[in-house]
Design a protein around this ligand. Structure first.
Ligand code: SF4
Length: 457
């Protein structure tokens, strides 16, 4: 099919081919799973939630649980009020979550169900000490990233409490749509600093729960509700990623007056530097812990040792904006040239940020938000690059054009253990550098004539 992609680019306004995003509820479910003992609930038809759960399960290779309002033809005409009331009653009776996190689908949004109103009217069905939160996530706008952001904001809106005693020395961390291993790495860094924190959503030990031989419906991970409550009384919120985390940070500021600090997801050396500098500023420390300094030193050493392998290579990057932006920054710091940057998520900020990062090294960078992989493929047909960085959906373009693909972002459906290794921090940057280098060297090996095949590279 991709062999038929035409080189000539035509103006398209109302058609997406091979979208570089997926639907909002997928992000909302992933965020909700980051609360301990939370059951995500899809207010829509069974087909939607089957797709959402399957997509998450294929990436994480873990069951992604969620209940559904199970719409029928009748519900589609008369609305989902009765179904949602029934669902709230049944879910608390049968599955006993601490929190039910409801998101909408295209269908319930089109019907126009008043979900907050239904929740208010169902207060008699919610057991004492249990919570129901909600986010509107119609998929005809936004992407899985906006769905994630909306559900994370709902956590702050519904649960955060101002002026709780004994927790004002904590720092809030909203880590964004990242892997469980990323969250674990961020926590490791915070622990090295000795920082007390509220971190959510926290999908570590939920979507990468260890196999212990004992089944537990609710895995041990996830942010406890009390931690989310305490975030309204913290001294500041570090939001990682303007797209996935800022709405929650703004909500905490508006609702509880918690100072908002916005940074990129700490992917690569510069974004991690900025994260570490923010931690220093917020904690009043003069220098980072020695182990952090050493990790950075090892990354710089590796960058220096291997620079000749990738210097000047041309790269196309696509995926979620909060991951593509810092990855582009990292690519520039390595001496590679970002030629094409593309995201399926809407938002002008992406275009501006990428242009600012590239202005000194490649001002002609082609960048597009709310775009699709068909366009990326057309760009590549017109002018090739040496490397593609993006999720599994890039493999067809990679194969059609003979360009290596470094798998990065969501979803990675065709390689194992992606969620097990962090992309963030200096450790994550070392891993990314190894993957980029290896992809380029593998290509060099594959293309080399027998007499040119090098043993040492
Ligand atoms: S109908 Fe909407 S919410 Fe359901 S799977 Fe399709 S895009 Fe997603």
């Amino acid at each position: 099919m991709l062999d038929a992609t035409p080189k000539k680019i035509a103006d398209r306004k109302a058609l997406r081919i091979n979208p570089a995003k997926t639907c909002q509820p997928i992000g909302a479910i992933y965020a909700a799973l980051g609360i301990h003992k939370c059951l995500p609930h899809s207010h829509g038809s069974q087909g939607c939630v089957s797709f959402h759960r399957m997509h998450l399960t294929r990436h994480f290779r873990e069951p992604a649980m969620a209940s559904t309002s199970s719409f029928t033809e009748g519900t589609s005409v008369f609305g989902g009020n009765a179904n949602l009331r029934e669902a709230i009653k049944n879910v608390f009776q049968v599955y006993k979550p601490d929190c039910l996190a409801i998101h909408t689908t295209c269908l319930s949004e089109t019907i126009g169900d008043d979900v907050p109103g239904i929740i208010r009217n169902a207060s008699d069905l919610i057991p004492e000490g249990k919570y129901v939160i909600h986010a509107n996530t119609p998929s005809y706008v936004g992407s899985h990233i906006t769905g994630f952001a909306n559900m994370t904001k709902a956590m702050a809106d519904y649960l955060a409490e101002k002026n709780l005693p004994g927790v004002s020395d904590r720092l809030n961390i909203i880590p964004g749509f990242v892997e469980p291993a990323d969250i674990r790495e961020i926590k490791r860094i915070l622990n090295m600093f000795g920082i007390k924190y509220n971190l959510y959503p926290d999908t570590s030990d939920v979507m990468d729960a260890p196999q212990t031989g004992k089944y537990s419906f609710y895995p041990s991970g996830g942010a406890p509700i009390d931690m989310i409550k305490a975030s309204g009384s913290a001294k500041a919120t570090i939001c990682m990623g303007p797209y996935s985390s800022m709405p929650a940070g703004i909500a905490l500021d508006n609702k509880c007056g918690v100072e908002l600090v916005s940074i990129n997801v700490p992917v690569g050396i510069e974004a991690t530097d900025r994260f570490i500098m923010k931690l220093l500023a917020l904690t009043g420390r003069k220098t980072p812990p020695e182990e952090i300094i050493n990790e950075r030193g090892r990354l710089v050493d590796l960058m220096t040792d291997t620079n000749f392998q990738y210097q000047g290579k041309r790269v196309a990057i696509f995926g979620d904006p909060d991951m593509v932006i810092p990855m582009t920054d990292f690519i520039v710091s390595l001496g590679l040239i970002p030629v094409y940057c593309l995201t399926g998520t809407p938002g002008e900020r992406f275009v501006n940020d990428i242009k600012r990062i590239c202005e000194k090294v490649f001002p002609d960078v082609r960048v597009e938000a709310q775009a699709d992989l068909f366009l990326l493929h057309q760009w590549l047909k017109n002018e090739k690059v040496d490397l593609i960085i993006g999720n599994t959906y890039g493999k067809y373009i990679s194969r059609a054009e003979g360009i290596p693909l470094v798998r990065f972002g969501f979803p990675v459906l065709d390689r194992i253990a992606y969620p097990y290794f962090p992309n963030v921090g200096y450790q994550g940057a070392i891993r990314l550098l190894e993957k980029i280098s290896t992809a380029l060297l593998d290509k060099q090996d594959a293309d080399a004539l027998d007499e040119d095949l090098e043993l040492v590279m």
